[in-house]
Structures are given as structure tokens and as C-alpha cells.
Design a protein around this ligand. Structure first.
Ligand SMILES: C[S@@+](CC[C@H](N)C(=O)[O-])C[C@H]1O[C@@H](n2cnc3c(N)ncnc32)[C@H](O)[C@@H]1O
Length: 241
């Protein structure tokens, strides 16, 4: 394998070789997406209850970073039209096989911006367990692009890990990187690549990025926790004068 040059390269090229094992190894120790989806139902319901996110057959949804499609499979029942995008062509192919629902379209995207998705507008954009893997310039660009892809009064529901990185975690990342350099690609079920390790964005940082992109941040739930949720909206259309 060529040396990986960025987080995007890793997700595009190397992650595919790992299959889906690590996506949720607490639930399924193999590539069984049906088992993974059982957990996705619970995770989505929990997120929906917590955030009060809008759902319904009249609404269109964009999912950013759909991976193998386990959440997409659940989202397809909660929205009228779903576009699910990911940087990894390998994951998109798996997702297409797994989630064959008539209201879902899968798209492979460059990983630098969301330009390829500009052919439609969305009522809701959703992203789960993705943004803490994005390098800062990509994250900022995605937030700004999502603002442009939402209709007026649209909603962005974003979940990511904002736990501060403790010394022990940092040491474990260095240890994993040493294993990686020594050619060991996994440890305790997870990839050892430094590009898999999350970037420790704080809830304040994400709030600032959303606000600068023009979003009104309506809710920040569980800041500083492994699952922090943001609900941010674009301005509603002005009432007729
Ligand atoms: C931890 S997985 C989560 C997948 C899915 N949301 C789920 O919960 O099963 C992170 C996903 O983000 C995708 N990803 C990483 N960088 C990306 C980028 N720049 N643009 C789009 N997707 C990206 C990866 O390919 C992977 O599918």
C-alpha cells in the first residue's frame, strides 16, 4: 500500500480494506450489516428523541458520510427522499447492495467539498459519527456547503464526538501509531492508522464554525461527550409583506 497522505486518502483508499468490522464491533464482529442496522435503529431513535429533528414523508434528506448504509437504511423510512454520500466508493458499493430502497440514492463524493450534490436542495442534512474524522479545512467547507444545500428554514442535525482528549488517549494514539509503523494494521479491533483517530474538536469550535457559515444554532446537546448533537437551521423565508 502507498503511504497515506491525508485523512481523506485513508478513508478513500485504506479504510475499504478493513471492511465494516470496526464500524460497530460492539454489535457485530463480522461484516453483517443487518446486525449493525439493529443498532442503527436504536441510535437513530435516541438521536431523534434528543434533538427533536424533523422527519416525515414530505421531507428530503442528505446524509453525509453514510458508510455501509446502516443508518441510511433507517433514515429511508423516516424521510420521503434520501441522498446518502460518502468519500469511499467501496462503502458506497456495500451500501447499494445492502440498502435497496426505492427512495434512496447513493453518491460517492470527493471528500473535499459537496459540490457534486448541488443538483438538488434538502429539507434536512444529517451526519452521524463522521465530522470528528474530518480535517479542519474540510469540516469548515462541508458546513458552509451544507448551508448552501439546505432550503431556507432547513435543518442540519450533526452528531460527533467532542470529548476532550485526555493524556491517556493521546498516549494510546501514539502507541497505535507505533504499531501502525511496525506494520500492524489493527489493534483490539480498531485500525491503528493515525487518520482513523478522531480529531478532538470542542463543542465551542463546532458552534463557532456553524455560526460563521450562517447557521442559527438551535440546540447543543451533550457537549464534551462522545455523542454531541447540534441542531442548526438556515434562516426561514421572510413572510410576504
Ligand atoms: C465511523 S464511519 C460512520 C459511517 C456511518 N455514518 C455510520 O454511522 O455507520 C465514518 C464515515 O465517514 C466517511 N468519511 C470520512 N471522511 C469523509 C469525507 N471527507 N467526506 C465524506 N465522508 C467521509 C467514511 O468513509 C466513513 O464511511
Amino acid at each position: 500500500m502507498q503511504p497515506v497522505r491525508s485523512a481523506n486518502d485513508w478513508w478513500r483508499e485504506a479504510a475499504a480494506e478493513d471492511g465494516l468490522k470496526w464500524l460497530d464491533f460492539r454489535v457485530a464482529k463480522d461484516d453483517d450489516l443487518a446486525t449493525l442496522s439493529k443498532n442503527a435503529v436504536l441510535e437513530f431513535e435516541r438521536g431523534k428523541q434528543l434533538t427533536g429533528m424533523p422527519t416525515g414523508p414530505e421531507l428530503s434528506l442528505l446524509e453525509v458520510g453514510c458508510g455501509g448504509g446502516r443508518m441510511t437504511w433507517v433514515l429511508a423510512d423516516a424521510f420521503g427522499q434520501v441522498v446518502a454520500a460518502d468519500i469511499s466508493d467501496a462503502y458506497i458499493k456495500l451500501a447499494e447492495q445492502y440498502c435497496k430502497k426505492p427512495n434512496v440514492i447513493f453518491r460517492t463524493i470527493s471528500g473535499n467539498d459537496l459540490d457534486a450534490l448541488r443538483d438538488r436542495v434538502y429539507d434536512v442534512v444529517f451526519s452521524y459519527e463522521v465530522f470528528h474524522h474530518l480535517e479542519r479545512h474540510v469540516l469548515e467547507r462541508y458546513v458552509s456547503d451544507i448551508h448552501g444545500l439546505l432550503r431556507q428554514g432547513g435543518t442540519f442535525v450533526l452528531e460527533l464526538n467532542t470529548t476532550p482528549m485526555r493524556l491517556l488517549t493521546r498516549i494510546s494514539i501514539i502507541f497505535r501509531y507505533a504499531l501502525h509503523l511496525a506494520g500492524k494494521r489493527h489493534w483490539r479491533g480498531w485500525p491503528t492508522s493515525p487518520y482513523f483517530a478522531r480529531i478532538p474538536y470542542s463543542a465551542e469550535t463546532i458552534h463557532g464554525i456553524l455560526t460563521r457559515a450562517g447557521f442559527q444554532v438551535q440546540k447543543v446537546l451533550q457537549p464534551g461527550k462522545p455523542q454531541t448533537w447540534f441542531v442548526a437551521t438556515t434562516s426561514a423565508p421572510s413572510p410576504p409583506s
